[in-house]
Design a protein around this ligand. Structure first.
Ligand code: MG
Length: 167
């Protein structure tokens, strides 16, 4: 059984290997939260992302989602799942469901932020969405959106007087 710290480090390593840095996710947090908390710093956003990454549910979602994306790229999954993942079929929906396990951690603001990131696709989400060649980020885009949404919601809950809960 791995410790939470080992799983945290593994999760960070997997994100890096798949082209997503902690700063990329923190940028999304700032994008979501600075309209409500203008003084929010990059350091605070990074710390909130790390706090989300210390949760076991989040680590498990990263390990699972990245593995499926990788196996799909390497054509190691059975059909029809392999083709569904590599074509990022719109009606598949299980990738979004995996993200919900992360968003769930910080209440209803998380859901709003998650839906917003999926629709607007700012920053690194856009990069993951416009994948090159045989790359498959079907799970990763939702996982990254969910981590950013959860980290932003965590900040909102910590500063209730400065951030409107109706955002
Ligand atoms: Mg997806």
């Amino acid at each position: 059984m791995k410790t939470t710290q080992q799983l945290h480090d593994k999760a960070c390593q997997l994100l890096t290997e798949r082209g997503v840095s902690i700063d990329d996710i923190a940028d999304l947090v700032l994008h979501l939260q600075t309209p409500y908390i203008p003084h929010l710093t990059m350091e605070e956003a990074v710390e909130s992302v790390h706090s989300v990454l210390r949760k076991r549910e989040v680590q498990n979602a990263i390990i699972t989602g990245v593995e499926l994306d990788r196996l799909a790229e390497e054509k190691q999954l059975s059909q029809p799942l392999n083709d569904i993942l590599t074509s990022d079929e719109g009606l598949y929906g299980i990738d979004e469901i995996l993200g919900l396990a992360i968003v769930n951690l910080y209440g209803s603001i998380g859901f709003t932020n998650y839906g917003y990131l999926d629709k607007v696709k700012p920053g690194v989400i856009k990069k993951l969405d416009s994948k090159i060649g045989s790359q498959c980020h079907t799970f990763l885009d939702d996982i990254v959106s969910a981590i950013a949404a959860a980290a932003a919601s965590r900040i909102a809950h910590n500063e209730p007087e400065k951030s409107r809960l109706t955002q």
